[in-house]
Write a protein of this length. Structure first.
Lengths: 187, 403
């Protein structure tokens, strides 16, 4: 009789542990989804701004066709990848960041353009959107790290495996410019 | 990395409790002087309760009201609004704070709101005009850090206690001198306890003199510490301490004090609103640390994390740190970011004109003036009480319709 009660007790405890761990995993996964939504809003905003930017800049920069086309192309690729995973999007958004940075560097050569109200407003919006992306990225990656730890560490990894929780992807914007330290030459 | 500075909150709660005990002690001994200790405590609690009610119901509106602040929408000043939104994201605030502009040439900014979800950030038009984007971000992040760290709530609690202690001590001293020491009356009634009575009088008088001073010192010390912490959080949020450092430098060179500031609202500002040019010694009765020191600490930071600030703070001041060990332990070093493209010194001059124009446009618009640009290049400003449907341009004579 006592043995039966012990077995029942163990089952109840196991159920409670299962229940708590499962809910914890769901909470963490929802947090990453929520944080991702924040980034997604800003990425979409950036995609919406770029056609306006290209249109405004076009008239002033007749000789920079390649730079402009690179931005438009990177933007189109990024828009098509809108439903892809975080890692894939990080890659295409990184390309876009690189193309944009090159464009904004070229702008320095056109003083007329820098006096254009429309362009200044767009530049402000773009700068702010870039900042918002990088600030929300920090939160998203923190949330993913927490969630991944739970899905991969013992004992919660057993429950995660049984109920189909998969590790989340980090969002790393990997533009070539961002990784390389600036080179200074004194020649 | 982003966790709340919790052990610091415990320390703060203890300071509030300490000041509460000071208030009760003062009430008790002053009560004894006039006959009943319990009555004294009750009077102290009543004074405190009334002060609390006033602070609770009118705190924000008083501060924003006496400062003549005006709420703005994203379209009024996109850059300011964007920067606040960036800092809202970086700090992890749940709700976007309201953004206010104070029409004042003085350079300052402050934040209010006991509840982080109903907070406001305000900046003077003078400061808005002077700062570039990175500097503005530094200032706003400092203010958002005050909201996030719940400094406003702490300072309101402390200032209410301080106010109660000061009022109680002040009135008690008036009563004593007017009635020629209330102790005389009760001594005759209680008869034999002369020695004990003398001790009570001495303790009461000493408390009456020292309690307000002690309370003020606690208040100022907490306020200064909170400024350092907000600076540390600001560097963490922006990952660019140079922005705030450079903004503080600009603030330091201004010698106009904020017209509408008073002693009670001082700790809410980014720099001491009464500070005159050139004062940099750290006095015990200052709500803010000296600007030069804040700049030095920010500039010496090797990274942007709390640990980096802590290290820089220790180097600058020697001795103990400012950030609790638990918060530092989790924070490794964090890379700084590059300045935003706008800060290149080449563009400095046209940018200044641009910013000044932008801010003055904003102030006109907020005062309900309409702006019409005539084809000849002149900008016409139409006052809100102007009723005619059209206006003639004084420069070229064209008639412009008012929409």
């Amino acid at each position: 009789m006592i043995a039966v009660w012990i077995i029942v007790g163990i089952i109840i405890i196991a159920l409670i542990v299962f229940w708590a761990t499962y809910n914890g995993l769901v909470r963490l996964r929802n947090q990453t989804k929520n944080d991702w939504a924040q980034i997604d809003v800003q990425l979409k905003r950036r995609h919406d701004l770029i056609p306006n930017l290209v249109e405004t800049v076009k008239g002033y920069m007749k000789f920079e066709r390649e730079t402009l086309e690179a931005v438009t192309k990177a933007r189109n690729i990024a828009t098509q990848a809108a439903s892809a995973g975080a890692a894939e999007r990080g890659k295409v958004e990184g390309e876009l960041s690189g193309a944009l940075a090159r464009l904004l560097a070229v702008v320095e050569r056109y003083p007329d353009l820098k006096a254009n109200q429309n362009f200044l407003a767009l530049q402000e919006e773009l700068t702010s959107t870039e900042n918002k992306i990088s600030f929300s990225r920090q939160y998203y990656n923190d949330a993913v790290l927490k969630y991944n730890n739970q899905t991969q560490m013992f004992p919660s990894n057993i429950i995660a495996g049984m109920t189909g929780f998969k590790a989340g992807e980090f969002f790393e914007v990997t533009a070539a410019e961002e990784r390389e330290a600036p080179k200074v030459s004194f020649t | 990395m982003w966790e709340q500075i919790r052990s610091n909150q415990i320390k703060s709660a203890m300071l509030v409790a300490l000041m509460g005990v000071l208030l009760l002690l003062l009430g008790y001994f002053l009560g004894l002087l006039f006959g009943s200790g319990i009555a004294g405590i009750i009077i102290a609690l009543i004074v405190w309760g009334i002060m609390n009610l006033v602070a609770f119901f009118q705190g924000d509106s008083i501060l924003l009201g006496i400062s003549g602040a005006r709420k703005i929408s994203p379209d009024d000043h996109p850059r300011l609004y964007n920067v606040v939104e960036e800092m809202k994201i970086a700090s992890g605030l749940e709700r976007m704070p309201d953004v206010y502009i104070i029409d004042d040439p003085a350079l300052n900014a402050f934040s209010t709101g006991r509840d982080p979800n109903r907070a406001s950030v305000a900046i003077t038009s003078g400061l808005l005009q002077k700062l570039n984007r990175d500097e503005l971000q530094g200032v706003i992040s400092h203010e958002v850090a005050h909201i996030k760290n719940r400094d406003v709530l702490l300072m309101v609690l402390l200032s209410v206690l301080l106010g109660s202690i000061v009022i109680l001590a002040w009135y008690a001293s008036r009563f004593m001198f007017l009635s020629g020491a209330g102790g005389g009356r009760s001594r005759s009634s209680s008869g034999g306890g002369g020695g004990a009575q003398l001790i009570i009088i001495i303790v009461g008088v000493v408390l009456m003199i020292l309690a307000p001073i002690a309370a003020q010192l606690i208040y100022f010390a907490v306020s200064r510490k909170r400024e350092y912490l907000a600076d540390a959080s600001s560097a963490l949020y922006t990952r660019y301490p140079e922005g705030l450092a450079s903004a503080l430098e600009k603030l330091a060179t201004s010698d106009t004090s904020v017209r509408t500031a008073n002693k009670a609202t001082a700790p809410m500002y980014i720099i001491n609103p009464f500070q005159k040019k050139g004062i940099s010694i750290e006095s015990l009765t200052s709500t803010h640390p000296p600007i030069a020191e804040r700049i030095r600490i920010l500039r010496a930071m090797a990274g942007a994390s709390l640990a980096d600030y802590e290290q820089s703070y220790r180097q600058a001041r020697g001795g103990g740190g400012i950030i609790p060990a638990s918060a530092v332990a989790g924070a490794g070093t964090m890379a700084l970011r590059a300045p935003s493209p706008e800060t290149k010194p080449v563009e400095e001059f046209p940018q200044k004109v641009e910013r000044a124009r932008e801010t003055s446009d904003l102030m006109w618009r907020l005062s309900n003036y309409k702006t019409i640009s005539c084809e000849c290049g002149i900008t016409l400003r139409i006052p809100p009480n102007f009723r005619a449907p059209a206006v003639r341009c004084p420069h070229c004579g064209r008639v412009n319709r008012i929409l």
